[in-house]
Design a binder for this molecule. Structure first.
Ligand code: DQA
Length: 142
């Protein structure tokens, strides 16, 4: 059984990007931690990051993973194309965010256009959000 963890735009800069909001853990470290979990729990993990909407959509279309854990970054708030891709693939997608998007000062971050086509959302736990998202994905995969 395979889980795909898909990281969207600017998440390659984790570790140095707005550390007061996103913390100092790098994307490599997050992926390494997820791999440790995958090895422990015995499932296959694939991770991918892209700054490009179309690449994320192609990855959603092409994946042979049973479940996807997705941090769509800012695309969360306005990409109807990513929303439609999630709806199209008929696979469970778990939405994750490092920050609590609902508590951020910018009003536009409070709304996710992908939330209603995802199984559920986890936000606000920093790097741990991904681990919680993977836990949820495992449950969904049965
Ligand atoms: C984010 C929240 C988004 O609003 C923001 O654009 C990101 C990261 C998060 O993980 O908290 O890039 O998805």
């Amino acid at each position: 059984m395979k889980i795909l963890v898909l990281h969207g735009p600017n998440l390659n800069l984790l570790g140095t990007r707005e550390t007061s909001i996103y913390g100092t853990t790098t994307l490599d470290t997050i992926n390494e931690r997820l791999q440790v979990l995958a090895d422990m729990l015995g499932f296959e993990l694939e991770t991918q990051q892209s700054n490009h909407e179309g690449v994320l959509i192609d990855a959603l279309h092409a994946t042979d993973a049973a479940v996807v854990v997705l941090n769509a970054g800012a695309f969360t708030h306005y990409s109807y194309a990513i929303r439609d891709a999630i709806a199209a693939i008929k696979k469970p997608v778990v939405e994750v965010h490092l920050s609590n998007i609902h508590a951020r000062p910018e009003e536009w971050r409070h709304h996710s256009v992908i939330a209603d086509v995802c199984v559920g959302s986890i936000a606000g736990f920093g790097a741990l959000s991904y681990e919680l998202g993977m836990r949820a994905a495992l449950d969904l995969a049965g």
